[in-house]
Write a protein that binds this ligand. Sequence first.
Ligand SMILES: *[C@@H]1O[C@H](CO)[C@@H](O)[C@H](O)[C@H]1NC(C)=O
Ligand SMILES: *[C@@H]1O[C@H](CO)[C@@H](O)[C@H](O)[C@H]1NC(C)=O
Ligand SMILES: *[C@@H]1O[C@H](CO)[C@@H](O)[C@H](O)[C@H]1NC(C)=O
Length: 386
Amino acid sequence: MPFHSSHLSFLFQKAMGKRRSASPSLRHSLWLVISISSFLFIFAILRLQYQPRHLPSARRPIVPFVGTPKIAFLFLARNNLPLDFLWQSFFQSADEDKFSVYIHSRPGFVFDESSTKCAFFYGRQLSKSVEVLWGESSMIQAEQLLLEAALQDHANQRFVLISDSCVPMYNFSYIYNYVMSSSKSFVDSFLDTKEGRYNPKMLPTIPKGKWRKGSQWITLVRRHAEIVVDDDLVFPIFKRYCKRRPPLDLDGKLNHQKVVQKEHNCIPDEHYMQTLLAMCDLEDELERRTLTYTEWNQSATKMEGQAWHPITFKYANASPQRINKIKGINHIYYETEYRTEWCQSNGTSVPCFLFARKFSRGAAMRLLSAGMVSPFDAAALLDQIK
Ligand SMILES: *[C@@H]1O[C@H](CO)[C@@H](O)[C@H](O)[C@H]1NC(C)=O
Ligand SMILES: *[C@@H]1O[C@H](CO)[C@@H](O)[C@H](O)[C@H]1NC(C)=O
Ligand SMILES: *[C@@H]1O[C@H](CO)[C@@H](O)[C@H](O)[C@H]1NC(C)=O
């Protein structure tokens, strides 16, 4: 016997207490009400699932800080910090109550007299550190660990990420005043219009409109550092969908499956912070540029079929003229947004870059001897030659 809608309504009437007197039109409207409410119910469930629920904005109370604010220098190292002699000289000319140092290196690496020439690095290695695979989400984890450790000290009000090949191009007081005079973070962030990095599987958590790209080397204000540390919504998505470029097979070719993966090889450290801050609607609180100069070798593209890579400054190409040229840059053009960023800090025109990478030891020594980082210190240089 075929199952009819009249049977359904009969069952329904039984369930409703055998109200056999209900007219056909009443029955009809009851059905209508039930269908509409089930639809609304399903719609509400879907909406709940598709709404970002845990964006970490404003989770912690804002506690105003009284006292001398510090800049936390957060070093991301593979092993040691080869430009330690330069940082020694840099920090030596600084007020000790205006900065702090945190280092993330490979687990087990200890900074002491035997491993570094910079006394400010002694014992500053995080006790909790992770094995970092360059270009993978473990890099972001290392950055989160650095921020988390530095947030413990309430005097830390700015957080600067520094690589092991990065140098300051100014003395401490100049950098301190520049960074502190702005209430904004410095985060290079722009629309990434090229297909391939954004993975549609990141929907609905990460909408395509919030996908950003930019330099890994950022400076954050305290509230933004808290947001990065508290994020348990966006980071897991990056961890899941952002993998580094697949390795070549033994015969030097990519197999097909790996090529498919590569289409969404999104390199978390060039996207995560920018995208998270955009998702939290905080772009008004950013100077959307980096403070760290990187020079790209464009000729490498065609020759090796790989992405641009940064040029390493050596003694020969780190002349004072070259450095001064970098220091003279006062604007940056962002092609994907047709945006020219005239570099400012708290509304005043400033040079765009305070730091530069990648520097060899020879190039760093030349910078030191030119007296750019601290008053010229012959003793420090002699110490290097010994
Ligand atoms: C730091 O550098 C700035 C700008 O280069 C300079 O004007 C200032 O005198 C320097 N300060 C010290 C303490 O060397
Ligand atoms: C920013 O500039 C304004 C006006 O020029 C000034 O009053 C304020 O103190 C500056 N902020 C900081 C943090 O230096
Ligand atoms: C740029 O890359 C090419 C190819 O890898 C290399 O031969 C050249 O030396 C690099 N230039 C600089 C300035 O590093």
